[in-house]
Design a binder for this molecule. Structure first.
Ligand code: FRU
Length: 679
């Protein structure tokens, strides 16, 4: 699938969202909610409005959402060609604003709603070119006490020749476009706030709505920032903006307001954040260095690189008035990652020419003026469509003292090892201008649900770790069955390289381990007796030992002469997720074919294999399970399998199995994880 079609699918997905735009302030006056089933009080002309308000999409129309209750005006009656007007009876203007939900076509001359005073249009609004209704409002304080009417008009007959209107109110506090604050306030009152049965308790999730890639990971003034691709309007992809959270320990997160919004039809796509310690950009306003976000502006047929800056620890952001800072007139040019390259004393950017599968390197002295240095690619997995979200950093080799190598990572929207989207990396050298790979590409993760990982900038040298996390999802199966939020992030992982095996054939492998801070969530280590493991699987833990479905399970699989052995988690009636070793073909796998709800997408069920070399005849596993996630770290991080699971069973039964009596599961332990959200 080309990225173009991928984005089309994402746009279609938006139209399938049902967003509740409910908002009631005691002081508001509802002028019309179109809930009575009639147009009583309105005079109708033409055929576009029909005899009564619509109750959603009309025949031949994409799904309509974002309206309130069941009724709305929808002039798609008889298609786009129909025309007409609906004029309200007279009312007195008694509040400072008139607000309404509006969707449909954007032709302001021929399509919209207007405020008539003495029969003359004084205010007007048209549709957003979307079937998702959003709030719009007029300041009418000049007309307080005057008599007025509203007229909804449709004179447009071509594409997008229809308008959708609902819930017209007089108010002194006009709702924001998507009224995210209101929806959040409502959600925060709910009994299962951050605690729905499938909501991970040890992984970051947004409170409500859709999230994809992590963005702008940066450490500043004692806080780890996590920005992320976010839809303020609903629970599927669209209106991409930067959401925001902070943590002081990479484990407990505080949700913060939207940081960088979509504006004027330009979405804020993925990018990075750095601390401009030398104030090279001139954005700093005080003693302390500014935070600068470098992100892709997506809209008007192209993708460009933009800046925004913050002088208050990321709490408020200003978009640079000179945007874009990099525009090569290309529709697939995105996801900049910038870092300070000390040796050449300048900023370096890696950014992707996505559809060409090429990474471009740029340099700048001030973050505003960029010059191209070199290009890398196309490379990696052959004939696979694209690369996005690149990252470039230097890592220590843990078994070669003092040695460091560079790693270039990039993400493919489809066609990866486990199917759908996934990440690959190259190990090599970067001299400040050019990246040279010294070995073939390798897979970052062998599961289906680890994408667009990006590493933290500005972690202090005294700490020295390179840490990243990824989007715990896959574009192909991204509409996972969770609500009112969608997606979580992986556990933050520390990165190093390991040389293996030694000798002439040695290559370097990326080693990923959960950050040590994650262990603080453990409630203590419970040894499990798995010595009796045999076929068929036997239960090794009593449900009482687990009070929630989030735990770390560690075990060493020693297959002996058996073909396979392993463990099943979240076992219920005809339901389990299996993690095992399979001698043919020599892999550790996660099999989620029977993991619960697998029917929401035909590509979801499957088994995902990571090739492993047994060490002393065994594979050591550290498995993190968190309600709807499983991450299997193999042989101290040399391979990882990350998968989402959606069990229907709430039992905590864990089972072990072994192909024959020579197989053993040794040193098996269980650690219940504390929730990062409770208290
Ligand atoms: C990767 C990606 C990025 C883009 C963002 C849009 O998942 O496609 O390339 O910036 O998502 O949400």
């Amino acid at each position: 699938m080309t990225l173009f079609s991928l984005f089309n699918i994402r746009i279609l997905v938006v139209s399938l969202t049902l967003v509740s735009n409910a908002r009631v302030l005691a002081d508001d006056i509802v002028l019309e909610d179109f809930e009575s089933g009639t147009y009583e009080g309105w005079s109708i002309t033409g055929d576009a409005f029909g005899d009564a308000p619509a109750t959603g999409a009309l025949p031949g129309q994409m799904s309509v959402s974002g309206f309130r209750g069941t009724g709305l005006v929808n002039t798609f009656r008889n298609g786009d060609a129909s025309v007409g007007t609906a004029t309200s009876s007279e009312f007195t203007i008694e509040r400072s604003n008139i607000a309404f939900l509006i969707g449909g076509g954007p032709h302001k001359e021929n399509l919209g709603i207007e405020l008539l005073i003495d029969g003359k249009p004084e205010r007007a609004a048209t549709g957003p070119e979307s079937e998702e209704l959003e709030w719009s409002s007029w300041d009418v304080s000049d007309f307080t006490g005057r008599q007025a009417r509203l007229r909804i008009f449709d004179r447009a007959t071509g594409g997008w020749g229809h308008i959708n209107v609902d819930h017209i109110i007089q108010t002194n506090v006009p709702p924001k476009r998507f009224d995210l604050e209101f929806k959040l306030a409502e959600y925060r009152k709910s009994a299962d706030y951050l605690n729905e049965p499938l909501r991970p308790q040890a992984h970051f999730t947004p409170e409500i709505n859709w999230m994809n890639d992590p963005n702008g990971l940066v450490f500043h003034d004692g806080e780890y920032h996590l920005f992320y691709q976010y839809n303020p309007a609903g629970n599927s992809w669209g209106h991409m903006s930067w959401g925001h959270a902070v943590s002081t320990d990479l484990t407990h997160w505080e949700h913060l307001p939207l940081a960088i919004p979509e504006e004027d039809g330009i979405m804020a796509f993925s990018g990075c954040c750095i601390v401009d310690h030398r104030n090279t950009s001139g954005f700093g306003s005080g003693q302390r260095p500014p935070m600068v976000a470098v992100y892709t502006g997506h809209g008007r047929g192209k993708q460009v690189q933009n800046l925004a800056y913050s002088n208050d620890n990321g709490r408020t952001w200003t978009k640079y008035s000179g945007n874009p800072v990099l525009d090569i007139n290309n529709p697939d040019f995105r996801d900049p990652k910038v870092f300070w390259h000390a040796a050449s004393n300048r900023w370096v950017m890696v950014v992707s020419l996505a559809n060409e599968k090429v990474i471009v390197f740029y340099a700048s002295d001030d973050l505003k003026n960029w010059k191209e240095l070199s290009r890398f690619g196309p490379a990696g997995t052959k004939n696979k469509p694209n690369w996005e979200c690149p990252d470039l950093f230097e890592l220590p080799v843990e078994n070669e003292t003092g040695k460091k190598l560079w790693v270039l990572e990039a993400d493919m929207g489809s066609g990866s090892i486990a199917g759908g989207s996934g990440s690959e990396y190259f190990v090599g050298h970067f001299d400040g201008t050019t990246f040279t790979a010294t070995q073939d590409a390798k897979w970052v993760d062998y599961g289906r649900d680890f994408y667009a990982p990006v590493s933290w900038s500005d972690i202090p040298e005294t700490d020295g770790r390179r840490i990243w996390l990824g989007w715990f999802n896959n574009w192909e199966t991204c509409l996972v069955p969770t609500s009112p939020w969608r997606s979580c992030m992986s556990v933050p992982r520390t990165l190093t390289l390991r040389k293996q095996p030694s000798g002439d054939n040695a290559t370097y492998t990326l080693i990923q381990r959960p950050v040590q801070e994650f262990r603080k969530l453990s409630n203590g280590v419970i040894p499990l007796n798995t010595t009796a493991a045999a076929w068929p699987p036997v239960a090794v833990s009593k449900p009482a030992e687990l009070t929630d479905m989030n735990f770390i399970l560690e075990t060493t699989l020693q297959p002996g002469s058996a073909r396979s052995c392993g463990i099943r988690i979240r076992t219920g009636e005809d339901e389990y997720t299996e993690v095992g070793y399979d001698r043919e073909p020599g892999v550790v796998y996660v099999d989620r074919r029977k993991s619960g709800n697998v029917d929401f997408h035909p590509a979801f069920a499957g088994r995902h294999d990571a090739p492993v070399q047994l060490i002393d005849g065994a594979a050591k596993l550290s498995i993190i399970v968190d309600r709807s996630t499983i991450e299997v770290f193999i042989n101290d991080g040399e391979a990882v399998i990350s998968d989402r699971i959606f069990p229907t069973s709430q039992t905590a039964v864990i089972e072990a199995f072994a192909g024959d009596i020579s197989a053993k599961l040794r040193n098996t332990t269980l650690q219940q994880l504390k929730s990062i959200w409770k208290n």
